[in-house]
Design a protein around this ligand. Structure first.
Ligand SMILES: NC(=O)c1ccc[n+]([C@@H]2O[C@H](COP(=O)([O-])OP(=O)(O)OC[C@H]3O[C@@H](n4cnc5c(N)ncnc54)[C@H](OP(=O)(O)O)[C@@H]3O)[C@@H](O)[C@H]2O)c1
Length: 277
């Protein structure tokens, strides 16, 4: 897909990956309808780019009224968005037994239910274009369920299933569905405990700009599913084929996960969380 001249709606546009994604999309000649809750950070994002390149729109994708207002705004743009990139999410590191009901509900709502509702609402607008795309930013944990990330893994497994089912439902239509999964990436999404766990596990952590470039390449190529990073891509496949092998390997990591998960709010929220639900 040639992105030049298209409008791309990006949720989570002020996030570590979202911000880099906006920049990468602009280099390919797209303009961006940028969505997040914090209007101040959105305006700051728009100011860093040429006038008119980024249209900021403050919305909480969890809220029905905000999604409606966002769609009305998108429909008034010319051209209307023909690519929807879902790049927002809520983090939730911690042992599930220590997590509050509200956090588990919020993770599923933000990471799975809201994307489903937004995609459904945007489909008529997207399908009016001869070629369009829905791109969900997933996670390694959407293919490799990880201890300490139960609710988050469940939400990303769900997102992957949602996108795969929709791709099959729309196989003969103009809208392409893509599930693209970064591995660990250096952003404020990860709390200091997650950063420490990644160090202890020897997990490689990518730079958001390189992740964004690979995501945009995959959007241009129309890749239906992609796990970024090795060994993550291999382990994700191994988990599908021989999950008991992965069970045994992760059982050895469990003491480390438990030690870093600890308890208390800092294990459950990203560093810059500023919107209590
Ligand atoms: N960082 C990683 O290690 C990593 C690894 C694999 C996959 N991912 C995935 O990559 C995507 C981006 O992650 P990131 O690292 O860029 O996260 P981030 O830096 O924490 O950014 C999250 C973005 O989502 C927005 N957001 C959160 N809740 C929202 C809501 N209810 N409505 C509207 N906007 C909302 C935030 O802005 P406001 O707070 O202003 O709303 C922010 O723009 C996510 O899907 C994440 O699951 C991240």
């Amino acid at each position: 897909m040639d992105l030049h001249g298209r409008t791309v709606l990006v949720t989570g546009a002020t996030g570590g990956i979202g911000d880099a994604l906006v920049a990468a999309l602009l280099t390919r000649g797209a303009r961006v309808l940028a969505v997040a809750r914090d209007a101040g950070r959105l305006s700051e994002l728009a100011r860093r780019h040429p006038p008119g390149a980024v249209t900021p729109f403050a919305a909480d994708v969890d809220a029905t009224a905000d999604r409606r207002a966002l769609l009305l705004h998108a429909q008034a743009m010319r051209p209307t968005p023909s690519v929807l990139v879902i790049a927002h999410a809520r983090a939730a590191f911690g042992l599930m037994q220590d997590q509050h009901d509200d956090l588990i509900d919020a993770v599923i709502r933000t990471n799975l239910a809201a994307p489903a509702q937004l995609i459904r609402a945007a489909l008529p607008m997207l399908a009016a274009h001869p070629a369009a795309a829905v791109v969900a930013v997933g996670s390694t944990f959407g293919s490799l369920a990880f201890p300490g990330f139960a609710a988050y893994s469940a939400s990303k497994f769900g997102l992957r299933g949602l996108v795969e089912a929709l791709a099959r439902e729309h196989a003969d239509g103009p809208v392409r569905f893509q599930y693209l999964a970064p591995r660990a990436t250096r952003t404020a999404f990860n709390s200091t405990r997650v950063d420490a766990l990644n160090v202890a596990l020897g997990t490689r952590v990518d730079d958001p700009a390189s992740v964004a470039r690979r995501l945009v390449d995959a959007i241009e190529r129309g890749t239906p599913r992609r796990q970024l990073g090795w060994p993550e891509a291999i382990v994700a496949r191994l988990n599908a084929l021989l999950p008991s092998l992965v069970d045994r390997s992760l059982a050895r990591q469990l003491p480390l996960v438990r030690r870093h998960a600890g308890a208390g709010p800092s294990s459950q929220e990203p560093r810059h969380a500023h919107h209590p639900s």
